[in-house]
Design a binder for this molecule. Structure first.
Ligand code: NAP
Length: 298
């Protein structure tokens, strides 16, 4: 993309740019969160969406090396979290393990450094919820990019669960994911299953929906209602709507429930801190969280 195309209006000319790369991008909440932080800090920067088709990825990343480029940081989302790794100069050790990047910092020598803030973002939110993962039975539905980060980090931490069962509508996808993660991480606690019934949800202490099912109003709950129980945390990665059918039913069964807004917030804070190269104030973090909540009409 020629540099001049990156600025869509003259007001943004001369500002540092940050943004989200993915396709399609739809209504992302990330600009609200990051622009609120830039405004609060008085930083002359703006966070934009970069909806890039696959063929545009390579020229875009080539342009990032240009010393005139106004872009200093990026987030990456579906379907490029794994694909962008090859464009980077350096990656954080966690990326070496997970093999997926959702945050890129571009330093003053135009070196591109990749991080994964989804994984620690998820853990930070679990911790805020007061949920301890050690020796727990975990069931995950969906074997995409989000599940990759979550399974990897749950296997890497000291507080490892007792077991992690994963189901995807495409069994081959779940098997590939687990095999791929196993190249770098000890995943002896992970097992792929053939059907939702084999997830043993009735005896799980953490159920994670890592599919997009629940985003549309008419979407069904993937789990049989009778299997949900009060001894579990049901974590739906979806945050819009704030309460999916799965979360509603789980709440009615007395389960602890959470949507994915907290994970989005924590991964955003961790990304922002990479770009700022420092810890940010709790006051700024609160502004970021409020911006997200406002964006969802909460
Ligand atoms: P993804 O890469 O598309 O993975 C979703 C997986 O779920 C795919 O393998 C998909 O299979 C599978 N799936 C779809 N329908 C299913 C069903 N009925 N039963 C079982 N598996 C099914 O997406 P992702 O990036 O992992 O994201 C998953 C969800 O998490 C999305 O809703 C996303 O918005 C959300 N997310 C939230 C955060 C956050 O910060 N809160 C971060 C990342 C992602 P097919 O490909 O065959 O359809």
């Amino acid at each position: 993309m020629p540099l001049i195309m990156i600025w869509q209006n003259m007001e943004e000319y001369n500002k540092s740019l940050y943004g989200l790369v993915g396709y399609p991008l739809g209504h992302s909440l990330s600009p609200l969160m990051h622009n609120a932080a830039f405004d609060a800090l008085g930083v002359d920067a703006v966070y934009k969406l970069f909806p890039l088709q696959e063929g545009e990825l390579e020229p875009f990343f080539k342009d990032l090396k240009d010393e005139e480029s106004p872009i200093f940081g990026l987030n990456v989302t579906v379907p490029y979290k794994e694909k962008v790794v090859r464009f980077l100069d350096n990656v954080d050790p966690l990326v070496d393990k997970i093999k997926a990047v959702n945050t890129i910092f571009i330093n003053d020598k135009r070196k591109l450094v990749g991080y994964n803030t989804d994984a620690p973002g998820f853990l930070a939110h679990l911790s805020e919820l007061g949920f301890a993962t050690d020796e727990k039975s975990v069931a995950i539905i969906g074997a995409g990019g989000a599940a990759r980060a979550i399974i990897s980090v749950l296997c890497l931490i000291v507080e490892r669960p007792k077991s992690i069962k994963i189901y995807d509508i495409d069994k081959g996808k779940a098997e590939f994911l687990v095999k791929d993660i196993s190249e770098n991480i000890n995943i002896d606690i992970v097992e792929t299953v053939n059907s939702i019934d084999d997830l043993n949800i009735e005896s799980s202490e953490l159920l994670i929906n890592a599919t997009p099912i629940g985003m549309k109003e008419k979407d069904p709950c993937l789990v049989e209602e009778g299997l949900l129980h009060s001894g579990m945390l049901v974590y739906d990665l979806i945050y819009n709507p704030a309460e999916t059918e799965l979360l509603r039913l789980a709440r009615e069964k007395g389960a602890q429930v959470s949507n994915g807004l907290g994970m989005l917030y924590y991964q955003g804070v961790l990304a922002f801190q990479r770009w700022a190269e420092q810890e940010i104030d709790q006051k700024i973090k609160n502004i970021m969280r409020k911006a997200l909540e406002k964006g969802l009409g909460l």
